[in-house]
Design a protein around this ligand. Structure first.
Ligand code: 4GX
Length: 230
């Protein structure tokens, strides 16, 4: 899978996307991640990427020219371009799965008050929000999106993890987990997990997951995406 990132702050991506799972995916050739500095596509001597809004008001707006030129020079023709913004559709695991099934996409990270509307009209194919709160830029949202998508690319996770992730896709939260010791600071592991009765253990986990979902995420519980399974 190829992912192109367009940003004014390319250094932000070096840490998080060069560790752990994403690092291994890149090393193994499963992920071709390319980060482009929008400022490299400016043509004036001050490398100006933003300007004041027409009509007045606070803040700055990303200029169209460097973004158009970056897309045209660095991203293959026809590649979908996602714009990260609080005005976008809320990100869901279903959307993550849809993106993971594509061979490539690009992500534009806005800053300041956003991008010139002509970029959205002419270049952006979909707008995605990672939640109802306001960050300083689209870089962290882009990293969240890439991380969620890349872990669904075949071969990135081991078998165990791949099986586990189906649980949330089914709309139910995870059950509690325990490891040794059996008692820690007076807190004991539930007996059923030590019983060796696999049927009872599976039932306990399912009940715990359902109770948590009802209590913490009644919105998910009501959706019932499981179609009667699990
Ligand atoms: N989920 N941000 C975008 C620039 C901006 C400002 C105003 C459009 C209008 C965010 C989020 C997010 C911060 C990214 C502001 N763009 N992105 N940026 N929440 O908060 O995706």
């Amino acid at each position: 899978m190829r992912i192109d990132i367009l940003t004014l702050f390319p250094e932000m991506f070096t840490g998080p996307l060069s560790e752990s799972m994403i690092k291994r995916a890149r090393e193994r050739g499963l992920l071709d991640l390319r980060v482009h500095d929008i400022r490299d596509y400016t043509r004036d001597k001050h490398r100006t990427a933003d300007d004041r809004p027409f009509g007045g008001g606070p803040g700055m707006v990303l200029k169209p020219e460097p973004i158009f030129e970056c897309v045209e020079a660095a991203v293959p023709k026809g590649t979908p371009l996602v714009y990260m913004t609080p005005q976008g559709r809320p990100l869901t695991q279903a959307k993550v799965a849809e993106l993971a099934a594509r061979e490539s996409f690009a992500v534009l990270c806005g800053h300041y008050e956003g991008v010139d509307e002509r970029v959205r009209e002419a270049l952006v194919t979909e707008e995605i929000s990672i939640g109802d709160y306001v960050l300083t830029g689209g870089e962290l949202p882009a990293m969240v999106l890439v991380d969620a998508v890349v872990r669904l690319v075949p071969g990135v996770l081991g078998d165990e993890e791949s099986a586990r992730q189906e649980s949330f896709a089914g709309g139910v939260l995870d059950c509690p987990h325990y490891t040794r010791p059996e008692v820690y600071r007076g807190m004991a592991v539930p007996d059923v997990l030590l019983s060796g009765h696999h049927g009872e253990i599976a039932r306990w986990r399912r009940e715990q997951a359902e109770a948590r979902t009802r209590e913490r995420r009644p919105d998910l519980a009501d959706q019932d995406l499981t179609n009667g399974h699990s």
